[in-house]
Write a protein that binds this ligand. Structure first.
Ligand code: SF4
Length: 322
């Protein structure tokens, strides 16, 4: 197999918990705890899990918007974990991010033109006229109009703002886009429009996506493979068809049971997850999912299951399959 565009190896991101008058370290939150996966060129990998599972921290650590605690990130075969700040800034031309909340990520005091020109200026792309032309062109590419360039973010709807966020990411011709819950803040009717746009842009611009979402239904159509995270770890990873037709991990099965199916004759039994997501600062021993798992066995309470390949390309961390 060719070198993956992105390879994440044993990625960890721990946050210190400090307290007391002296602000001493009292513990740590293992937001991302030993996560490994790769994304091939042109592929869409969906990364799914409940809020707090570490999926967004994974995305930001890959771009080193937050520094990983340990692990390696390879982009086009090059280890980018050790790159100096300036080298990493250059590298981000190839690796862009689209944020969940487009309003928070667009400076409200700047016009759309100024917002979109910024990455072009940072990376020294084109002169003023060329930048302006590029911005106008990209606005049309994402379904807006060139006259929108002079408007401010508050003058747009949520869906339009996300289109602007996508256009800004596209401006520097990236190879990889990390889409961090790009449609979660949008109405359901608008979600599919933005997803369709992202799918069209992927083909047109030969993009690769790491698509982060909290819901398996959102990533279903766009993804080639899907990874499911729970409390900072990957618990299952498989090609989309396998994941949706034959999920192995009880957590994936529960998430999937909540996804609506189009066929009215097909009744899927809803598996309700009981209890809240445990705190990542104090995760349960053994399998982190054991406090909520209806298939929990004695071994699950003490021994952490390994993330193993069950069949070709289908990985799962669960004692049921050992
Ligand atoms: Fe459930 Fe045990 Fe599998 Fe964890 S290892 S998901 S507790 S059966």
């Amino acid at each position: 197999m060719s070198t993956p565009l992105l390879k994440v190896q044993n990625l960890k991101k721990y946050f210190d918990i400090t307290g007391g008058i002296l602000g001493r370290k009292q513990g740590e939150v293992k937001a991302v705890d030993d996560v490994s996966f790769s994304v091939q060129r042109g592929e869409v990998l969906g990364l799914v899990g409940e809020s707090g599972c570490g999926k967004s921290t994974t995305g930001r650590s890959i771009l080193r918007l937050i520094e990983p605690t340990s692990g390696n990130i390879y982009f086009e075969g090059e280890d980018i974990t050790k790159l100096r700040e300036e080298e990493m800034r250059q590298k981000r031309r190839d690796m862009q991010i689209v944020f969940q909340d487009p309003y928070a990520s667009l400076n409200p005091r700047h016009t759309v033109e100024k917002i979109m020109m910024e990455p072009l200026i940072v990376h020294g792309i084109g002169n003023k006229k060329e930048r302006q032309e590029k911005v106008h062109h990209l606005l049309e590419v994402v379904g807006l109009s060139s006259y929108h360039a002079k408007r401010y973010p508050h003058q747009f709807s949520g869906g339009q703002r996300q289109r602007i966020g996508i256009a800004r990411a596209l401006a520097v011709n990236p190879k990889l886009i990390i889409a961090d819950e790009p449609v979660s803040a949008l109405d359901v009717s608008i979600q599919s429009q933005v997803l369709n746009l992202m799918q069209d842009l992927k083909k047109e611009y030969q993009l690769t996506y790491l698509f982060i979402a909290h819901d398996l239904s959102v990533v279903k159509h766009i993804s080639d493979r899907v990874g499911v995270m729970y409390l900072g770890r990957l618990v299952e990873l498989a090609a989309k068809e396998k994941m949706y037709e034959d999920p192995k991990h009880p957590y994936t099965q529960a998430l999937l049971s909540a996804v609506p199916v189009a066929d009215p004759d097909y009744k899927r039994e809803r598996i309700l997850l009981t209890g809240d997501l445990p705190s990542p600062s104090n995760p349960p021993a053994g399998c982190a999912f054991h406090t909520r798992c209806s298939a929990c066995m004695e071994i699950c309470k003490t021994t952490r299951p390994l993330f193993r390949e069950l069949s070709e390309g289908h990985f799962v961390a669960c004692h049921l399959y050992e």
